[in-house]
Write a protein that binds this ligand. Structure first.
Ligand code: SAH
Length: 543
């Protein structure tokens, strides 16, 4: 058993999904932040949990060949980037491996269908949106920055390697104005003060900048001066907006906006279409990569002029609209009413008349479409990180589209869902990781699933044994849980142990978990394995 403050010499062998380095000491998995795969390091144990430990690299004895010097002064404190200390090529290798491991181990996907990751041409300054909390710095001057990880302490920042460079200039004008006019930052604890966030958006194709000040007030003292100083310094400034947020809340923006200058929105061009971007509307933050991602999705969807497309989780409609020209019909579904309004306006402004947008839960709306006997040729799914509901996948399969294009931001839930699709007679025929967020831990994946048609008795090529079919067992299979536990903790857990934990949570009523053969006592799950299985069940939203 490891002890706090012990020091070991060890090799970093992997990364966690949060980008922390991983090593094995005495068979135990130890997480060591800010290390790189290939480092040989002296690791001090800081905290020991049941089945893993946290450590700190005291010294890097032999640095990994992937290491580069950080080009950011606050990258260690800020938490915005995970990978400023390794080369972009090494980061892409890690992201490729993460997708590959999840899809093959959890999803049971044929490794040959997985293509090479699509890297971003820009690994710096690609973000077209910044929401910067306003605070005082140590000298008592107004500053903007980013929150330190897991805290609301603002790390002052003059320029960020991920954000559009024009944002640095805009931020300087803003803090100078606030300082000069003594406009106080908002204090969360006291619910006093005025300036909450400086919110910036930039439309790259049209070179238009939006400055939005989120304030705990309906108007700002000296707001005309702010507008004229911004206009003077920033020729690409198109609009200035005041967003009013007087609630005691963590949510950044309030509902009401007042335009101080310009039209209250900017316009960008994506996949040849014009999209209106206002403070409250969604728009992809890495425009160039979004265009590549949508291009791959369109290629996979390969829609013909007589075909119908359903775009589930459509946001403001961008993916579906980028494919709507030249097809018969597009139906988009999204749960946020404002996003649906934006989607409708986006369709109208681009002269797209064959699109229908439905506001509602994807699961409910898909079932409704199935009842209306809509027979889509292709369905696009672009769910949030938790992936799709099992019922939704059943409904999509019942609608029997020839192709399903799944765009995912979490390889583990994607892999789980692909396996469920397999049980419904769909096969994953192509998958490609796309790096939308260089230097962070996120990786996107686009997959093409194709319906397998029955040919004699060998209709489908999957292992039915391994796919849970009862309602009680919903979500992930035993193999998926085992693979997840192995990946996150390095532990091997048996089916018996998983059933014991499932039983504890009432997921299964009765199973072999307590049946001995009468001779040997039945082993019970050790605490560290129990914790790891619980973590997996939580990850797959089973508990
Ligand atoms: N396809 C869009 C947005 C994808 S983000 C694009 O590329 O821009 C995922 C979207 O799913 C979000 O807009 C979110 O609001 C929506 N969403 C989340 N849960 C949902 C649900 N249960 N039903 C429908 N939409 C949902």
């Amino acid at each position: 058993m490891l002890k706090k403050n012990e020091i070991f010499e060890t090799d970093i062998i992997d990364y966690t999904t949060e980008g922390s380095g991983v090593c094995k000491i005495d068979g135990m998995t130890v997480f060591v932040p800010s290390t790189a795969v290939g480092d040989r390091a002296e690791v001090k144990i800081l905290k020991v949990a049941k089945n893993y430990a946290f450590g700190k690299a005291e010294r890097i004895l032999t640095p990994s060949a992937d290491r580069i010097g950080s080009d950011c002064t606050v990258s260690e404190k800020c938490g915005g980037c995970l990978f400023r200390h390794i080369s972009y090529e090494a980061e892409l290798r890690y992201k490729q491996k993460r997708v590959y491991d999840s899809l093959t181990r959890i999803g049971g996907i044929d490794p040959d269908v997985i293509g090479g990751i699509v890297g971003s041409d820009k690994s710096c300054h690609y973000r077209n949106k910044a929401q910067l909390p306003v605070s005082y710095d140590r000298e008592g001057r107004v500053c903007v920055g980013f929150y330190a990880p897991r805290s609301h302490r603002v790390i002052p920042l003059d320029g960020c390697m991920l954000q559009e460079e024009i944002f640095t200039q805009a931020a300087r004008v803003f803090v100078d104005w606030a300082d000069k006019n003594r406009i106080p930052p908002y204090n969360e604890t006291a619910h006093k003060g005025v300036l909450r966030h400086l919110y910036l958006r930039y439309a790259e194709k049209t070179d238009q900048l939006m400055v939005c000040v989120v304030a705990n007030a309906k108007e700002l003292r000296r707001e005309k001066e702010l507008v004229s100083e911004l206009c003077c310094a920033l020729p690409c400034l198109k609009t200035v907006v005041l967003n009013v947020n007087t609630e005691k809340t963590n949510v950044i923006t309030g509902k009401a906006c007042r335009t101080l200058y310009g039209d209250g929105y900017i316009t960008d061009i994506l996949c040849g279409l014009r999209f209106r971007i206002s403070p409250l509307s969604f728009y992809q933050v890495n425009r160039d990569q979004a265009e590549k991602l949508y291009g791959i999705a369109a290629d996979y969807a390969s829609l013909g002029s007589e075909e119908t497309l359903i775009d589930l989780y459509c946001g403001t409609g961008t993916i579906g609209l980028s494919m709507a020209r030249g097809i018969k019909k597009l139906i988009g579904v999204e749960i946020i009413p404002e996003a649906i309004e934006d989607a409708k306006r986006n369709a109208a402004e681009n002269g797209i008349r064959n699109a229908e947008f439905i506001c509602g839960d994807a699961c409910v709306a898909a079932e409704e479409l199935r009842r209306r006997s809509i027979r889509p040729d292709c369905v696009i799914l672009d769910p949030p990180r938790k992936g799709c509901d099992r019922e939704l996948i059943s409904t999509v399969a019942e609608m029997s589209p020839k192709r399903v294009v799944y765009v995912s931001c979490d390889p583990a839930t994607l892999a789980r869902d692909l396996a469920i699709f397999t049980s419904h007679g769909y096969s994953t025929v192509k998958a490609v990781p796309v790096d939308m967020f260089p230097r962070t831990g996120h990786v996107e994946t686009v997959c093409l699933l194709s319906k397998l048609f029955s040919q004699g008795s060998t209709a489908v090529e999957f292992d039915l044994e391994n796919i849970p079919t009862t309602k009680a067992e919903a979500k992930a299979t035993y193999d998926q849980i085992k693979a997840y536990v192995r990946e996150t903790t390095g532990l091997n857990v048996s089916t018996l142990y998983i059933s014991q934990v499932k039983h504890k949570y009432g997921i299964i009523e009765r199973e072999n978990y307590n049946l001995g053969n009468g001779k040997a006592p039945v082993p019970t799950v050790p605490p560290e394995k129990e914790a790891a299985i619980e973590d997996a069940l939580r990850h797959f939203q089973m508990i």
